[in-house]
Ligand binder design. Structure first.
Ligand SMILES: [Zn+2]
Length: 399
């Protein structure tokens, strides 16, 4: 097979037959559409990760057809069930299903997986690199971190076996469950200020790497504030009591970062988290100017990157291919193969770029140093945009 010698790993997916079914949703009573799919016996799709161009189907392909496993999945719009269907017909499903009967999948589950993967791509794409800070898109980085920290945990089962599971994040678990009966007393110190005895707490701030003082009165006032959301109060409690509550010290900086984000920059609605702009534009600018808080964001993003890799690659095993005498990997699913393609992405040299066709949304791999490539595919997206431009020009000339 052509180019196979250049691949870092290969993966064989089962192909599937795919339909759209309409059912009454148990929860809402509304009519909803679902994907129903069944594996096609004895038919597989062989893919490989090719350095610099991504995960692709190997072997003969139809001419002019896009071949970009990860990028096309990320580009599917919310609730666009037809696009999910054609994607699975082309590349097979994300997980193994049953070849003997149809399995039904909700589009909301598919979209959750897509957003989780996109958040991960945004973290990969916005780490320190050649241009240091200038090429980092603060909005993408911050939104992705907040998404991965605050998303509702989800378990997806197929035929009674769990194929995907998000763990509640370590630090969010502590924040959500923090209750402290000795809140205003624990660690209380006193000092004399103008003849008055004032109670205060000393807190080590790992973002600013210094010890700060908060007066007991101010602390209790914030905890009793009527309009401040409960989870923000819990965040303050963890900020103050992290030595007792956060046993794993590498997360101290993350909880302190969240504290500064909410109390110094902007509170936000933790139940309304999206990947397209949680905050207003000013906040993203302010954040970039604020060196310590920005560094804490980078720190947080790196911790989340390693967590996500660990969680999504936990079932990947090394195997040895004795036929070719080559090392290889056993991947449990297409979804893990997509994460694994990012594992092999050399992010200092190669990045994922969003297609410049505004109706496309797909991502593609490009060299960071010398590529001016704007479109995921020059035949489809490049041509569409060029034609639009040409027609607009023609209309303007006719006026
Ligand atoms: Zn495109």
């Amino acid at each position: 097979m052509e180019r196979e010698f250049l691949t870092q790993f290969t993966f064989e997916n089962n192909s599937c037959a795919c339909d759209i079914e309409s059912v009454i949703d148990d929860m809402s009573g509304n009519l909803i559409k679902r994907i129903a799919l069944k594996e096609t016996k004895d038919q597989t799709i062989k893919m490989g990760y090719i350095y610099g161009s991504g995960l692709k189907v190997l072997g003969d392909r139809k001419k002019r057809e896009k071949n970009n496993v990860l990028g096309e999945f990320l580009g599917i719009k919310k609730d666009d069930i037809e696009s999910y269907k054609s994607y699975f017909e082309k590349y097979g499903f994300l997980f193994n299903t049953n070849p003997d009967r149809y399995t039904s999948i909700n589009t909301s589950d598919l979209y959750y997986l897509q957003e989780s993967l996109l958040a991960f791509v945004q973290l990969m794409n916005n780490q320190y690199d050649i241009d240091f800070k200038n090429s980092i898109n603060t909005q993408e980085l911050l939104d992705a971190c907040i998404f991965l920290l605050f998303r509702e945990p989800k378990t997806i089962k197929i035929n009674d076996s769990i194929v995907f599971e998000t763990k509640q994040n370590y630090i969010m678990n502590i924040v959500n469950n923090s209750i402290n009966h000795n809140d205003g007393i624990e660690g209380l110190k006193y000092e004399d200020r103008n003849g008055q005895k004032i109670g205060y707490f000393e807190i080590y701030d790992s973002v600013f790497e210094t010890t700060i003082k908060i007066d007991q009165e101010k602390y209790l006032k914030i905890l009793q504030h009527e309009r401040l959301p409960n989870w923000c109060k819990k965040l303050l409690r963890v900020y103050k009591n992290k030595n007792q509550l956060v046993k794993n010290h590498k997360w101290h900086k993350v909880s302190d970062f969240l504290y500064h984000l909410v109390f110094d920059l902007s509170p936000f609605d933790m139940y309304n988290i999206t990947l397209d702009g949680i905050f207003n534009d000013e906040l993203y600018k302010d954040l970039k100017q604020n060196k310590q808080i920005f560094d804490a964001l980078i720190y947080t993003s790196k911790l989340l990157l390693s967590e996500e890799f660990q969680n999504n690659l936990k079932s990947v095993h090394p195997v040895y291919n004795v036929l070719d005498m080559k090392p290889d990997w056993k991947l449990p699913s297409l979804f893990s193969a997509m994460y694994f393609s990012l594992f092999y992405l050399d992010s200092s040299q190669v990045g994922l770029r969003k297609c410049a066709n505004p109706t496309c949304n797909q991502y593609f791999e490009v060299s960071k140093t010398n590529s001016k490539k704007k479109y995921c595919d020059s035949f489809t997206c490049g041509n569409i945009v060029n034609q639009r431009r040409y027609q607009r020009k023609k209309r303007e000339q006719q006026k």
